[in-house]
Write a protein that binds this ligand. Structure first.
Ligand SMILES: [Zn+2]
Length: 176
C-alpha cells in the first residue's frame, strides 16, 4: 500500500504520459509521473517506506529531488524547495520528508511524483517508454476501493488523458 504524498485534495495538473513532445528529447513517450498542484513550502509526506537518496540537479531536470526506495518500489519526489532527510536515512510511510517548490525545470510550484515497481531492487518494465515509471493513479483506483486513499481532482487539462483510463466519477473532491 502506498499513500499520496500530499494530504487533502491534491489537484493533478499533468497526468502520466501527457505532453509527449516535451519528453521526446529525453527519449520518453511522455510525462513520466504525475504533477500535483502545490504552493511553495507545502509539506510532503513519504508515500511508502524506503531509504532516502537526496539529489540536486540545480536549475535542470528534477531540481532538488528525493528518491525513496526499497526492494519493491521507488518514488521520486521532484522540484522541491527543501529536503528534511539525508541520503541513506530510512524513512517511513507518512514521514514529513520534504517541502514542495519549483526547483529544476519547472515553471511554478508543484510536486512531481514518479513511481516505479521494483523486483529485488531491479526496476520492472524498464522499456515501457518511461524508464519503468508507471501511472501511479492506477494504484489510487485501488485506494478508492479500500477507502484508504487521498482523493484527487483533475484539472481540465489532465482530464482528457485520464479519461482514456478512468471513468468520470472515479475521482471526486474529498468531503470534510
Ligand atoms: Zn512532472
Amino acid at each position: 500500500m502506498i499513500f499520496c504524498p500530499l494530504p487533502g485534495t491534491p489537484l493533478i495538473t499533468q497526468g502520466f504520459g501527457q505532453t509527449p513532445d516535451r519528453y521526446a528529447p529525453f527519449g520518453m513517450r511522455g510525462h513520466d509521473g504525475i504533477d500535483l498542484e502545490t504552493t511553495d513550502g507545502t509539506q510532503v509526506y513519504a508515500p511508502h517506506d524506503g531509504v532516502a537518496t537526496v539529489k540536486d540537479d540545480g536549475a535542470n531536470g528534477y531540481g532538488l529531488h528525493l528518491i525513496i526506495e526499497d526492494s519493491k518500489r521507488r518514488s521520486i519526489l521532484a522540484h522541491l524547495s527543501e529536503v528534511k532527510v539525508a541520503s541513506g536515512q530510512a524513512v517511513y510511510q507518512g514521514d514529513p520528508v520534504c517541502k514542495s517548490g519549483s526547483s529544476g525545470n519547472s515553471t511554478g510550484s508543484h510536486l512531481h511524483w514518479t513511481f516505479k515497481i521494483l523486483k529485488n531492487g531491479v526496476v520492472q518494465n524498464k522499456d515501457n517508454g518511461y524508464n519503468g515509471a508507471m501511472d501511479v493513479t492506477e494504484l489510487t483506483r485501488l485506494w478508492l476501493d479500500q477507502d484508504l486513499h487521498h482523493n484527487a481532482e483533475y484539472s481540465d487539462e489532465a482530464k482528457p488523458y485520464l479519461a482514456m483510463t478512468f471513468g468520470e466519477k472515479e475521482y471526486v473532491r474529498r468531503v470534510g
